[in-house]
Design a protein around this ligand. Structure first.
Ligand code: SF4
Length: 358
């Protein structure tokens, strides 16, 4: 590496420009871990209120390990990528039961815990414990594809390895916690995905993309395939002042969250009939569809859904409300005031919002 002035320039910029964040202002290993799990795929501004609520509810590892997963998911409601919460809860249980309550202080041991990939393990090891290991996520790849003028696709393993290995050398003489956080901060505030703020950049004078005037050409990222849209149907079945919700199994997408019974439709035939037959087959309840329906759209990471939920009423009032159903490990009849007791995914919350406004 020809010139290594830039790490110090970056660190100096960071010391004046770093944003206050609860886990940054008080970097206890538990706080750093919570924040790094929440920050995957999620912006800092979105995470801060979630982090604060989470730490208020589960101020330490023991309380989190002993909490019911449903309560953990409720704290995560709306944040998405719920496998993060399930794995985190499992990992904290292992720390309490098998590691005497001590969060591992190094990358290799952190990496053994459920849900901790290379990035999160490196972030916790470096930020909480000062281990000299670089963090390489999408932001860091973008910054260094520009800074080092790397033209290959940044999603490839060879580019990730190249950047990781170069940063491993760079991080050796510097304070690793601040260095890694300064990279994250530079990616978030200055070297943004679109329209990087090069005139304000502390490492501009060594940046190849800036020098060559190709900051808008890098990084090279293969275009994502267009995400498909699927049609989903559900039934909001009323019984007096209560409606029926079902819990998804733990090991599927949105696992452990609650929803209105329903599922994916073929998108071609009578949506009402298909939804009715689908819900009838899994609940075995006798119910009829009423006039109203609720339509929402929602985007997940790899697909979009259009969900139509039909307002229904129970006909077979002799049915046991606690009856188990296929593919779901629980059912509940709840009133509106009980919605706050259950974790729902965002699409279901949108339907609940429409039902509430009727
Ligand atoms: S000079 Fe511009 S492109 Fe280069 S690292 Fe700084 S913000 Fe990114």
């Amino acid at each position: 590496m020809a010139n290594l002035n830039w790490p110090n320039d970056l660190l100096e910029w960071y010391s004046y420009n770093k944003r206050s964040m609860p886990w940054r202002d008080n970097p206890l290993p538990y706080y750093v871990w919570v924040s790094e799990v929440m920050l995957q795929q999620t912006q800092v501004d979105t995470v801060i209120p979630y982090f604060e609520r989470f730490i208020t509810k589960f101020p330490n590892l023991e309380l989190l390990a002993n909490a019911d997963l449903q309560d953990v998911l409720k704290m995560w409601e709306g944040l998405g990528y719920y496998a993060r919460a399930r794995n985190f809860h499992k990992a904290v249980g292992i720390v309490i039961q098998e590691l005497h309550g001590k969060i591992p202080d190094n990358f290799d041991d952190l990496r053994q815990l459920p849900g901790l990939g290379d990035y999160t393990a490196a972030a916790v090891a470096s930020i909480a414990y000062g281990q000299k290991i670089p963090v390489v996520d999408g932001n860091v790849l973008r910054v260094f594809a520009r800074f080092w003028g790397i033209k290959q696709d940044i999603k490839t393993n060879s580019v990730k390895t190249k950047i990781f290995n170069r940063l491993k050398t760079v991080i050796k003489p510097v304070e690793s916690s601040d260095f890694n956080q300064s990279l994250m901060e530079l990616g978030a505030l200055i070297c943004r995905p679109k329209h990087p703020l090069c005139p304000q950049c502390p490492i501009q004078n060594e940046c190849i993309a800036f020098e060559k005037g190709i900051t808008d050409k890098l990084p090279n990222v293969k275009r994502k395939a267009k995400v498909p849209t699927y049609q989903y149907g559900a039934c909001v079945i009323w019984h007096g002042d209560k409606f029926l919700i079902s819990k998804r199994e733990n090991d599927v997408m949105l696992g452990g969250l609650w929803e209105f019974p329903g599922g994916r439709l073929d998108g071609k035939h009578n949506l009402q009939k298909q939804s009715y037959e689908l819900v009838k087959s899994v609940t075995n309840f006798e119910f009829q569809i009423l006039k109203n329906s609720y339509k929402i759209k929602h985007t997940y990471s790899h697909f979009k859904i259009e969900l139509i939920a039909f307002k229904c009423e129970l006909v077979d009032t002799e049915s046991s409300p606690t009856r188990m159903i296929k593919h779901c490990n629980d059912l509940r009849w709840i009133t509106f005031s009980e919605v706050i007791n259950y974790p729902f995914d965002k699409a279901t919350l949108k339907v609940i919002d429409q039902v509430a406004r009727e």
